[in-house]
Design a protein around this ligand. Structure first.
Ligand code: 3PG
Length: 405
């Protein structure tokens, strides 16, 4: 499999798929990027291409486009602006995804210059009709985009679980494809942890719903030495163990599955032993520490102090840790302790054990950022759905398409 360093870049039109699907906000009546992590993460590859005399043609999807109306708030223009600021050089924004304006702009690029064209998902709606040319990988679209460049670099790990025209389609229609540095780094860390971890390997899975994470838990129970399951979904496991859970989150149709996992996994599966229980879903709720199940009228919103100690002891000698999903409702300060404690413990094992610590998924990433420790961990994945599917052990089409070449 090629990487960007294997490519001859000088004078080449380099098609670069990035994942710039970033959150936006309005500021003084203007739409701006509100979190540029994914743009920053792609800079090494972009700079490498430009420094080596490539002509960079960047593109990404942004949000989901189901109607002409959706296009209004989801232009790539603010992203182009932020990229220019970060790169410290002009970035030409082309407000089209095909046609003469785009082709002329590409023809006018000089070595070391960069352009970004409009949201690839604008191709999902044509003349008001939802045709999903990009999202359903219309073969003509992939072929057309491939024709615009000489080589293809895919650095969009965050989109690797989607088979779009702009990743899979282009890859199958161009002579040379390569992974960018971000793509390589994501595969090295997430793949390394799952396939060849230094042990003990501890996985921490949190979040609200069992149904969202069940395949990950099953896969990681096969790979890891311990799997900590916390957050809202732990209550379905508690219910399976016959504990009272009050008004906590609960998926009745997953109780049998939870029971089966508890039996099969034995002490490999680590569940919370207490909870911060609240009488309503609000930061100012009345709370108590529930140790023997949760009483009626209350719901568990965070891991309790004994659970935090248990999780810490499980993590204390870890050499590899993968973390996905919060341990409680960390957006509310009174229910953030469990999640923040995991973040702190990860910093500790990174420093003291030389452990490889990997965080994947939006919520846990937000938590380590809230703590201000993101740069003290080994790797923060830029993938949401992509990192989840990777941890589930699935083949990601975006990666397969460039590896097959
Ligand atoms: C993501 O943010 O997970 C990726 O960019 C994919 O976006 P999507 O879920 O809209 O396909």
């Amino acid at each position: 499999k090629l990487t960007v360093e294997d490519l001859e870049l000088k004078g080449k039109k380099v098609l670069m798929r990035v994942d710039f699907n970033v959150p936006l906000k309005e500021e003084n009546g203007e739409v701006v990027v509100s979190n540029d992590n994914r743009i920053v993460a792609a800079l090494p590859t972009i700079k490498y291409v430009l420094d080596n005399g490539g002509r960079a043609i960047l593109f990404s999807h942004l949000g989901r486009i189901k109607s002409e109306d959706d296009k209004k708030g989801l232009s790539m223009k603010p992203v182009a602006q932020r990229l220019a600021d970060l790169l410290g050089q002009p970035v030409t924004f082309v407000p089209a995804t095909e046609g003469k304006e785009l082709e002329d702009a590409i023809a006018g690029l000089e070595d070391g210059q960069v352009l970004i064209f409009e949201n690839t998902r604008f191709e999902d709606v044509v003349n008001g009709e939802e045709v999903k040319r990009e999202s359903k990988n219309d073969p003509e679209l992939g072929k057309y985009w491939a024709s615009l460049g000489d080589v293809f670099v895919n650095d969009a790990f965050g989109t690797a679980h989607r088979a779009h025209a702009s990743n899979v389609g282009i890859a199958s229609n161009i002579a040379q494809t390569a992974a960018g540095f971000l793509m390589e780094k994501e595969i090295k860390f997430l793949g390394g942890a799952v396939e060849n971890p230094e042990r003990p390997f501890v996985a921490i899975i949190g979040g609200a719903k069992v149904s969202d994470k069940i395949t990950i838990i099953e896969n990681l129970l096969k790979k890891a030495d311990k799997v900590i399951v916390g957050g809202g979904m732990a209550f379905t496991f508690d219910a399976a163990n016959g504990k009272a859970i009050g008004n906590s989150l609960f998926e009745e149709d997953k109780v049998a599955l939870a029971k089966q996992l508890i039996e099969e996994a034995g002490d490999k599966l680590v569940l919370p032993v207490d909870a911060v229980a609240a009488d309503k879903f609000a930061n100012d709720a009345d709370t108590y520490i529930a140790e023997d199940g949760i009483k009626d009228g209350y719901m568990g919103l965070d891991a309790g102090p004994k659970s935090i100690e248990l999780f810490k002891s499980v993590l204390s000698d870890a050499k590899t840790v993968v973390w996905n999903g919060p341990m409680g409702v960390f957006e509310m300060p009174n229910f953030a302790k469990g999640t923040l404690a995991i973040g702190e413990e990860l910093v500790k094992v990174t420093k003291e054990n030389g452990a490889t610590t990997i965080v994947g998924g939006g919520d846990s990433t937000a938590a380590v950022q809230q703590l201000g420790v993101a740069d003290q961990l080994s790797h923060i994945s830029t993938g949401g759905g992509a990192s989840l599917e990777y941890l589930e052990g699935k083949t990601l089409p975006g990666i397969a398409a460039i590896s097959e070449k």
